[in-house]
Design a protein around this ligand. Sequence first.
Ligand code: MG
Length: 396
Amino acid sequence: MKRIAILGSTGSIGRSTLCVVESFPDRFQVVTLAAGRNLDLAFEQAKRWRPRVISVAAESHANNLRVRLNDSGITDIEITHGATGTVRVATHPEADFVVSAIVGVAGLEATYEAVRAGKSVGLANKECLVAAGELITAEARRQGKPLLPIDSEHNAVHQCLRGGKMNEVRRIWLTASGGPFLNTPKSKFADITVEQALNHPTWKMGNRITIDSATLMNKGFEVIEACRLFNLPPEQAAVIVHPQSTVHSLVEYVDGSILAQLSVTDMRLPILYALTYPDRIPSDLNFSLSDLRHLDFCPPDMEKFPCLRLAYEAAAAGGGKTVALNAADEVAVSAFLDGNIRFMDIPVLIEEVVSETSAGKMESIKEVLRVDQQARASARERVARLAGVPVAARQN
Ligand code: MG
């Protein structure tokens, strides 16, 4: 029986994890949950899963949840809140495996503490590797515990890497759908609207990740994640556009063999893989190979999508640069969504913030959070300056 802690239980990965647990009750048990702000769902999950501990966002949420559980006759669940609550959930002595799926830098500290406490960790939070990857992977190596990727591309690479030794890898190939502007000429980029950018061809996702997919920054973050997770230099982490999103990623070996992972696009599969690693167990997540007609691949256009170039540069420099890349991107994307900057301003703004940030090595999560705050403040200043100038007066 594997005993599981879920950070971000009310989010999409958290809910999919609970689906997997539900399908294999003899293998997995939920011991702790970190929920956040969705109190109705936190209450339902507490009632259904009866964890030892549940953590919610704020003290007021915790009080509210306590009253509701008491009214239902449930008094044996420890209810906690905030950052310390999330750490308590992540480091609970009864948990063997922690699923890290809190979106944003809020999940950093708890994930790092889980690794430090010797837990096996399934990673679905991007910031853990983009902003704090050097710290977290170094600690996991020290502990001798695996970090198992739940992002579909990295999960695919992890699977394909079992086909050879690390020193036999020529490069990994991360597949990218290409986003809604794959075939839009660069000359039209100045007119891209929020509605167009939110209209992703193959995936329905949250707004930030949808815009990050349109700029290819999401793929850039995945390059950084892959470099940290698999301990590879950026030159060995290539991106290939694959509009069908059927091949989740590939590994090319020195002898010229390329191994690919194909499966249904359902997050329950990478979650199941992470939870059962190093074993595989039967599931009903089948992929119909005979329905597959063709697979297309083409290289990404780094000139049209400068965010991908910026991510490669930040990956090579490391330290504070990748922290700033993530922070500036989050601010720039929300400014674009609010109509304050144009689509083309996103990479310009990010490049400025990253270039003023030092590449210094991050020694602690506290330092990561400090550089993150600084980069956000700088990005916000730039947004204010850009938004204050009429669009026609701006230079391209
Ligand atoms: Mg992905």
